[in-house]
Design a protein around this ligand. Structure first.
Ligand SMILES: Nc1nc2c(c(=O)[nH]1)N[C@H]1C(S)=C(S)[C@@H](COP(=O)(O)O)O[C@H]1N2
Ligand SMILES: [Mo]
Length: 553
């Protein structure tokens, strides 16, 4: 088109044959770019981020810079602003955070390039600042090697600055990439060459990124887990234990399969809720894993994973719930945990009787603490290595985690645990405490309707209603349902395996045609009726009677 002779019928070419399309009248020699220099920085920043990913793919203990920055943001976000949203960060929100960081990084690259058009030093300084931030974020992670993190971050900064400066130079320099009719200094030719270069480098970055992701392969932790068979724990290992052979706990007539939509007694691992602050699941190779018992003890003791497997393992069914679970919410599950009682691990260390708090710390430096006295009250408190007959899934704490019956996860259930620290109640606050959550986290009595789903249409007459109810470690003595403002009537409850697990319940009330609300409430083992609430999850757990809406026709 630009080669078209002046007599062409193309009106644009005829009137402004030498002007780039966006040039305005009276701008005889437009600057070859305005937005274009920003593109150099965007591509440069992309190359910097990809460098970080590539290093991470080759050495998986050196964190991805994007993930490291995201984790730093999560940790430094003031608890009273977004505490709940962080604790309940789903995979989607984690993805959004990472995407946000990438977009901001690319935008900053663009701004840097615009500023640094005439001064490569500004670009370099900007990228170095970027690199320092990345390095700081990466070395914060106790799992990552300091030197490696620094090298990765500075390499990324160097690549980013180099690419940006190199591309900017394409905008200034006469080009050889031109068509015959263009002069070497023709701004259009320069611009075209710049775009070609930027596109090529950008595409290369994306390709390398894809390759880096494939290069990563399974981690040492995944490989180790796949090759691991847990020694079998003897069935029903302790008084009151709920060992669950296939089909259900001994003596417990579970309602599995009797009412479609009802939660199974044991929650399959793949369906078990997951909550943690980790943006990528920590990959802990059991060969390198250690559990240290520290603090107010006669002597520090360190266990290897093999030490743990050689001890007497026990199976206990324990219901775990997140303090952030709303009334009727999904952040609760029931699993058979295989592990070693905490008391067995603490014994050889000799706990100072003045210690009043047990603090668990994870490889990613997350902490939770609970009163030492709970270890002696008969509840099961385990270092768990197995979940429902398998090694712990990576997302649920492989190779080992804590499980303490009757406590919300945020004060007890440390995943990827690596240290148990004995201290006093006042000397230390776990991760969520300064972020606005209660220091003590006993689980409240709660019940949930699983079926029918709220909004369901059912036939008038008798209908099946069912769900689960839990109050570890008090147990559930009754579950009652109510239609609209009618009387509370008892539901059938499955025989409880122990007071530490949820129970399934079901009822077959008759409903008249029309819209109805169905309510549930539980009575715990002490006879206390579940409070009506409603109380929000923060600071110490939701309260309230769950209800659903249905239409009978
Ligand atoms: N290392 C680590 N452990 C953690 C957390 C965490 O953020 N990091 N979150 C806790 C919280 S708030 C809950 S509710 C439980 C959830 O355990 P799950 O993901 O296996 O269901 O893990 C606990 N253990
Ligand atoms: Mo939680």
């Amino acid at each position: 088109m630009t080669d078209a002779p002046p007599h062409t019928s193309d009106p644009v070419a005829a009137t402004a044959p030498e002007s780039p399309p966006e040039a305005t009248a009276g701008d005889p020699r437009p600057h070859p770019s305005s937005g274009l220099d920003a593109l150099a920085g965007v591509v440069g920043a992309a190359c910097a981020l990809v460098t970080g990913e590539l290093v991470h793919a080759v050495r998986d203990d050196i964190p991805s810079l994007v993930i490291a920055v995201a984790e730093a943001i999560v940790d430094h976000t003031p608890g009273d602003i977004v505490a709940t949203s962080i604790e309940t960060l789903g995979t989607r929100q984690k993805g959004l955070l990472v995407t946000g960081i990438v977009v901001v990084a690319l935008a900053i690259g663009g701004l840097l390039a615009r500023r640094g058009r005439r001064s490569p030093r500004t670009v370099l300084a900007g990228f170095v600042a970027f690199g320092l931030l990345g390095a700081w974020a990466a070395v914060r992670n106790p799992l990552s090697p300091t030197v490696g993190s620094w090298v990765s971050a500075l390499a990324a900064a160097g690549v980013g600055a180099g690419v940006t400066v190199g591309l900017l130079a394409r905008l200034e320099r006469p080009t050889r990439l031109r068509t015959v009719t263009e002069s070497p200094t023709d701004p259009r030719a320069t611009r075209r060459a710049f775009l070609v270069w930027s596109g090529a480098v950008g595409a290369a970055a994306v390709t390398v990124w894809g390759a880096a992701r494939r290069l990563a392969g399974p981690s040492a932790a995944e490989t180790a887990r796949a090759g691991l068979t847990l020694p079998a724990a003897p069935a029903d290992t302790a008084a009151g234990a709920a060992a669950v052979p296939a089909g259900g706990p001994e003596g417990a007539a579970v309602f599995d399969g009797t009412l479609p939509g009802l939660s199974s007694f044991v929650t399959p691992n793949d369906d078990f809720y997951r909550i943690d602050t980790a943006l990528v699941v920590p990959q802990v190779d059991p060969a390198d894993w250690r559990l240290r018992i520290t603090g107010m003890v006669d002597k520090e003791v360190t266990y290897t994973f093999d030490d743990i497997l050689a001890m007497d393992l026990e199976d206990h069914t324990v219901t775990l719930s997140c303090v952030s679970n709303e009334v009727g919410g999904p952040l609760v599950g029931n699993a058979v945990w295989t592990g070693v009682p905490l008391l067995d691990l603490l014994g050889p260390a000799g706990v100072d009787p003045a210690a009043t708090q047990v603090v668990g710390r994870s490889v990613d430096d997350w902490t939770a603490g609970f009163p030492t006295e709970l270890l002696g009250d008969g509840r099961h408190a385990l270092l768990a290595v197995g979940m429902n007959g398998e090694p712990l899934p990576l997302a649920h704490g492989f190779p080992a985690r804590l499980v303490v019956a009757g406590l919300y996860g945020y004060v007890s259930a440390v995943k990827w645990v690596t240290e148990i620290h004995l201290t006093t109640w006042d000397a230390f606050d776990g991760y969520w405490i300064p972020r606005g959550w209660a220091k003590e986290g006993p689980m409240k009595t709660m019940s949930r309707i699983d079926v029918p789903r709220s909004g369901a249409r059912v036939g008038a007459g008798p209908i099946g209603v069912g769900g689960v109810a839990w109050a570890p470690t008090r147990g559930i003595s009754a579950v009652e349902i109510r239609i609209d403002d009618g009387p509370w009537t008892p539901a059938e409850i499955a025989a409880a395996a122990s007071d530490e697990t949820w129970v399934q319940w079901k009822a077959f009330p008759s409903v008249a045609p029309g819209d109805h609300l169905v309510w549930v409430r539980a009575v715990d083992g002490t006879g206390a009726v579940q409070p009506e609430g409603p109380v929000p999850p923060r600071p110490d757990g939701a309260e309230g009677w769950h209800h659903i809406r249905l239409t009978a026709t």
